[in-house]
Design a protein around this ligand. Sequence first.
Ligand code: AMP
Length: 177
Amino acid sequence: MQLTEKIKSLIRDIPDFPRQGIAFKDITPLLEDPQTVASIVKRITAHYGTQKIDAVAAIEARGFLFGMLLSQALKVPFVPIRKEGKLPFDKIKQEYALEYGNASVEMHSDAVKAGWQVLIHDDLLATGGTAGAAAKLIQQLKGEVAGFSFIVNLSFLPGCEALESNFYRKPHYLIQY
Ligand code: AMP
């Protein structure tokens, strides 16, 4: 079976979670298959093979699952981006729009050095709001967005186009719906 087919077979749809009308893509069955996890890490790192990457930044919480593995495979630092109020040290903050209201993500203010090329990773790209806020955090510290990496893209939402037009980086993903 091809890797993309295998990934699709290991992601389950949870209808109306966390609320009515949302089809939640649950990646937990994927985490139970170490061979597929290893293949995913290999595929993503191969995509960025020749590019200079100084750190991987990933978004709480599901972004951490593969984000840390990617940083290990690329042998670069891992930078956690968390929901507001979770990080203990000096931090910077970025707000972004949700369907109803706003949310914020934060990053430690010493996590990215000026000029670093930072790869942003999350499990899934929907509207692009979260990854866009992560990119702005990197830019606040004078880092550069090396790329956006996802396992899943929801292609019926405008996240991919939004990230590309705002940050001039074409998002990379392994499967789409
Ligand atoms: P967005 O900011 O709209 O691109 O949403 C992406 C973030 O929300 C990621 O951290 C995803 O884990 C989560 N997310 C959004 N929609 C879904 C979905 N249908 N299934 C699973 N996670 C989702």
